[in-house]
Design a protein around this ligand. Structure first.
Ligand SMILES: NC(=O)c1ccc[n+]([C@@H]2O[C@H](COP(=O)([O-])OP(=O)(O)OC[C@H]3O[C@@H](n4cnc5c(N)ncnc54)[C@H](OP(=O)(O)O)[C@@H]3O)[C@@H](O)[C@H]2O)c1
Length: 323
């Protein structure tokens, strides 16, 4: 099978299209024919090893000290089950599935084997593979931080900084689903996008400062990493919470002693993927896709995502020869 080989940390050019042996599922695994995958800000951070301050060593210990431990990059997949191990009970051949391989990686490929108990569920019934896969990275991050950590409630006011990226576009829609009033921060060309997704107010960061408009918020989600804790305090309502998803190790440690500050890494589970699927099927969350690249151009997709200005998500389309 074709897959994107990842043998060293560095620029997008370290990624190469190579032939690998098609995986065969163990007794508790399913073999998935992948139709679509993604290139996310998280993939680019890993590839270049550009991780938040203080996380260099812990992350290298997980992903490989000198070179990547796993030889194929990528995390999100949408596709179909083509065979199952003998102990598998949750899936059968032909099931359309979506999910994430997480730290197992190996998703930028034509096939992947995953344990049936991993973060993998039936795909939404009303989307293409490209749309389904595009919702996963931002969707799971938004569910983790807004639903599970900040416990967002109807009537609350939320400020989303970096609202036009994968996390931001999913967060606007999820916050609106929970009945919150969203203010999104973006540049001029993304104002209409944010409004179409449900933002009530938009701050154009090229023209206005967040601090100057005298508003306060119950929840602040910083998906950019350019807000300091003291700036957030000025913008927070009483008992408000600030979510810093790009914080360094020191802020992460500090957040453990302050109920107001939420940091950490987004979790993933069958439950959150199922919740996301229900939101998609109900029309509460739609996929926002900026560009679609063929698998063979994954390195080019990384170069584009590296620029830091994508609108929503970048999807990888995986072609299979007819046989
Ligand atoms: N802690 C976790 O578990 C976790 C989970 C997911 C993601 N993350 C991190 O969160 C960050 C965001 O992820 P993402 O996938 O949403 O990234 P992304 O899609 O690459 O974000 C790109 C967007 O950011 C906007 N942006 C850039 N500079 C901005 C600024 N100064 N103010 C407002 N918006 C700005 C861009 O809009 P313009 O073109 O208009 O500038 C663009 O639309 C990444 O660093 C990622 O690594 C952390």
């Amino acid at each position: 099978m074709k897959a994107i080989a990842w043998t060293k940390y560095g620029a997008p050019e370290v990624l190469k299209v190579k032939d690998f042996e098609k995986p065969s599922p163990k007794s508790n695994e399913v073999l998935i024919k992948i139709h679509a995958s993604t290139v996310t800000a998280g993939d680019c951070r890993l590839r270049a090893f550009n991780v938040p301050m203080g996380f260099w060593l812990p992350t290298r210990l997980v992903f490989g000290l000198i070179k990547p431990r796993v030889d194929i990059i990528g995390m999100e997949i949408s596709g179909e089950v083509v065979s199952t191990g003998e102990e598998v009970t949750l899936f059968e051949k032909g099931d359309k599935v979506y999910g994430t391989s997480g730290m197992r990686l190996r998703a930028n490929a034509q096939y992947i084997s995953l344990p049936e108990k991993s973060s993998l569920v039936k795909a939404p019934t009303n989307t293409s593979n490209e749309q389904a896969v595009a919702t996963i990275f931002g969707g799971l991050t938004a569910i983790h931080f807004l639903r599970d950590k900040a416990n967002i409630q109807a009537g609350q006011k939320i400020l989303i900084n970096g609202a036009s990226g994968a996390v931001g576009t999913a967060s606007i829609q999820l916050a609106k689903y929970f009945g919150a009033e969203v203010t999104g921060v973006c540049s001029t060309s993304n104002i209409d996008l944010l409004k179409s997704l449900g933002a009530k107010k938009v701050i154009d960061y090229t023209k206005e400062k967040m601090i100057e408009n005298n508003e306060t918020y119950d929840v602040i989600l910083d998906a950019v990493g350019n807000l300091s804790l003291s700036q957030c305090k000025t913008l927070l309502a009483k008992d408000g919470k600030v979510i810093l998803i790009n914080a360094g190790l020191l802020t992460n440690l500090l957040s453990m002693t302050r109920k107001q500050v939420i940091c950490g890494v987004a979790g993933e589970s069958k439950e959150s993927l199922t919740f996301l699927r229900e939101r998609i099927e109900a029309g509460d969350i739609v996929a926002v896709i900026d560009k679609v690249y063929p698998l063979t151009q994954t390195a080019e997709a990384h170069s584009y995502v590296d620029k830091g200005h994508k609108k929503g998500n970048v999807v990888i389309f995986v072609k299979h020869e007819k046989n």
